[in-house]
Design a protein around this ligand. Structure first.
Ligand code: BV8
Length: 237
């Protein structure tokens, strides 16, 4: 049984019109927001309105975008591998739902999801497509001003780390797509794979911070490079 572990980052959604964290300053959404300052519990405690505005702008933008061929290719890879009794384990750092909308059935959102809100009182996680405000009411416990975006901020523990680590340790191939390799613990997965003797491949627009840790590197826009790579995997498997 062949097991492929794929980690995606902001770069896979760039061609769908979503900003990346370290892209060119001033491109689109990121011109007016500094994610490194706003994606923190401290920022939310100090100025919840500003953090809500940051995520509301991204949520509204997300609802106007669609998956690109890279997302579609990974959904096809999942289906085709399953048909042969092989397995794709897809982990994304992204909080968008483009993998799901492209047809991926199993997606681990280690940094949470933009279209969900979490109640800081009752911990309920609810689907949320509208603007979140300090006046928003929890649909479960009806507490006012207790809802936050269901995303992992800097300094917070990413979700499903045990499951991710277990899946990585039994994989035959680790592929990082569209990630700068600058945020931990996700950026540490390639070193964990290498230590376990697992082959590693990076697909990116250009070399990431930890490019030298990858056995193979493929460069180009994800919407072109990912479908080509998927085709090769399916022809060779
Ligand atoms: C934690 C959700 C600990 C919110 C995000 C050492 C060890 C451990 C931790 C740390 C450490 N040093 C520092 C830390 C703390 C910190 C960290 O790593 N800081 C960095 C800045 C150094 N890490 C954390 O805080 C993490 N938590 O460590 O908890 C802990 C332990 C015990 C108990 C409690 C806590 C939490 C990190 C998660 C933060 N949340 N997102 C939101 O989205 O607003 S991170 C956010 O930034 C993204 O989710 C993503 O993970 C990251 C950005 O990374 P990328 O996805 O790679 O995006 P980027 O823009 O950087 O790169 C885009 C890439 O795409 C580029 O390479 C580009 O070339 C490429 N690209 C562009 N266009 C295309 C393309 N590729 C292909 N095609 C294209 N068209």
């Amino acid at each position: 049984m062949m097991r492929i572990f794929v980690l995606t980052g902001a770069g896979i959604s760039a061609e769908s019109g979503l900003g990346t964290f370290r892209g060119k300053p001033g491109d689109g959404l990121w011109a007016k927001f500094d994610p490194m300052k706003l994606a923190t519990p401290e920022a939310f405690a100090a100025d919840p309105g500003a953090v809500h505005a940051f995520y509301n702008a991204r949520r509204n933008n997300l609802l106007t975008t669609k998956p690109n061929p890279a997302h579609v290719a990974l959904a096809r890879l999942e289906t085709e591998l399953a048909k042969r009794g092989d397995k794709l384990f897809l982990v994304t750092q992204n909080i968008d739902n483009l993998h799901e909308r492209a047809g991926s059935r199993r997606v681990i959102h280690m940094h949470g999801e933009l279209l969900k809100a979490r109640c800081t009182q009752c911990q309920a996680v609810v689907s949320w497509h509208d603007d979140l405000e300090t006046t928003s009411v929890c649909p479960r416990c009806e507490q006012i001003s207790a809802l936050r975006p269901h995303v992992v901020w800097f300094g917070e523990m990413p979700f499903e780390m045990d499951m991710i680590s277990d899946a990585l340790s039994i994989s035959d191939l680790f592929v990082a797509i569209g990630t700068s390799g600058s945020v931990y613990p996700a950026a540490g997965f390639v070193a964990q794979a290498r230590a376990a003797g697992i082959r590693t491949c990076e697909i990116n627009l250009d070399a990431s911070d930890n490019a030298d840790l990858f056995d193979d590197q493929r460069y180009g826009p994800a919407s072109e490079a990912v479908p080509v790579w998927v085709e090769e995997v399916l022809l060779s498997a």
